[in-house]
Design a protein around this ligand. Structure first.
Ligand SMILES: Cc1ncc(COP(=O)(O)O)c(C=O)c1O
Length: 355
């Protein structure tokens, strides 16, 4: 099946890059595109401080540093998450604490985080919590924010996959003490590489600036990357809407997929990056779907088996194990299908039923 090209081959992206070249900004430390991108992100997310950085991975590490995570302290994260978040915690000399996943979102389960809080003070010295919105489905962020406030833990909101998502009327990235976006090659806004770190808190912004400005920016995004992103930001809401409609068509038209998601529980309103679904015989299923011409792959490996030398765990992390074994992803290029292509996509998925 011929899905829309990725990265997007829009003339306005080429034109924006060419404008930057003509201005000579391609060869400057800073130019119009980076300044405009920074300002537009700050406006859309409603955060006063935005730093463009070289990747989302580094963005999470800088966020952890900026909220004051120090060697020996603990940082909680979901046992099913982008593996680089675990590494970022380790790289700071801190200790990851793995928490089970929530049945409706693939992110941290608030009840499991509450158990961690009940243990805190006796067994734990938690400083911060990393919460990722995965595959476009929002984490239960309001509840997690309340818990972090109550426990006096910093909240790092990893919104790398979900720029433009609104949760209870507030943009993803604005719920955390620090929010992080990625502009990596697979992301809804892509510059091949790049990211952004956002905060509304002046002391956190000062610390970020102190690390990054030496006085050259030590982890910059280039003008050409920013120029490529600006037209995509203009059309983000439109593309998010298309992806969301494709997912609605899939969940309405493919019975077996609806059964497999989120234990049958309703998911909150979503802005989709990739579409995640569960399948018990995953390898066979992925092979069938690939043969049908569908761009699919497995999700992350679960971290439930990580060595006790490297991390602590809250409970047996059963949900993380299940996600690690069964989660399949339909690529975002397929989610941009419209019209007859979308109908064909739904039909092929339907025909591939494992039940
Ligand atoms: C949830 C999440 N966090 C962080 C990252 C890291 O972003 P980057 O690839 O820009 O380093 C990714 C990238 O896949 C991600 O999906």
């Amino acid at each position: 099946m011929m899905f829309p090209a990725w990265p997007p081959q829009w003339p306005e992206i080429t034109e924006s890059i060419l404008r930057s070249v003509r201005r000579g900004d391609w060869g400057r430390y800073r130019g119009e595109a980076t300044a405009a991108l920074q300002e537009q992100i700050a406006q859309q997310v409603g955060c006063r401080h935005v730093r463009l950085v070289s990747s989302g991975s580094l963005g999470v590490e800088l966020a952890l540093r900026a909220v004051g995570v120090a060697p020996g302290q603990q940082v909680a994260l979901c046992g099913y998450d982008y593996p680089g978040n675990f590494r970022a915690i380790e790289l700071l000399g801190a200790r990851p604490v793995l928490v089970d996943a929530d049945p409706t979102s693939h992110s941290i389960d608030p009840q499991a985080l509450q158990r961690l809080w009940q243990d805190a003070g006796t067994k734990h010295a938690v400083k911060a919590v990393v919460v990722s919105h995965l595959y476009g489905v929002p984490a239960p962020i309001r509840r997690l924010r309340e818990l972090c406030d109550h426990a006096d833990w910093a909240l790092i909101e990893d919104a790398c996959q979900t720029p433009g998502m609104q949760i209870d009327g507030r943009p993803a990235g604005a719920w955390g003490d620090v929010g992080v976006f990625s502009f990596g090659g697979s992301k809804p806004l892509t510059a091949g590489n790049g990211g952004a770190v956002l905060t509304d808190r002046d002391p956190i912004a000062s610390r970020l600036n102190a690390w990054l400005d030496r006085p050259s920016d030590s982890a910059p995004m280039s003008e050409l990357q920013a120029a490529a992103l600006l037209p995509q930001l203009d059309r983000l809401a439109e593309c998010n809407q298309i992806r969301s409609e494709t997912v609605s068509a899939i969940t309405a038209g493919v019975d077996w997929i609806r059964q497999a998601t989120a234990d049958g529980q309703p998911t909150p309103p979503a802005t989709f990056y990739k579409f995640a679904f569960l399948c018990e015989r995953r390898d066979a299923m992925l092979e069938t779907l690939r043969r049908a011409g569908l761009p699919v792959g497995p999700g992350y490996r679960s971290m439930h088996r990580s060595s006790d030398r490297r991390c602590d765990k809250v409970g047996p992390l059963d949900r993380c194990r299940l996600l690690g074994e069964q989660l399949c992803l339909l690529d975002h290029s397929a989610l941009l299908a419209t019209g007859p292509l979308r109908t064909q996509l739904v039909q092929r998925l339907s025909e591939a039923s494992p039940y």
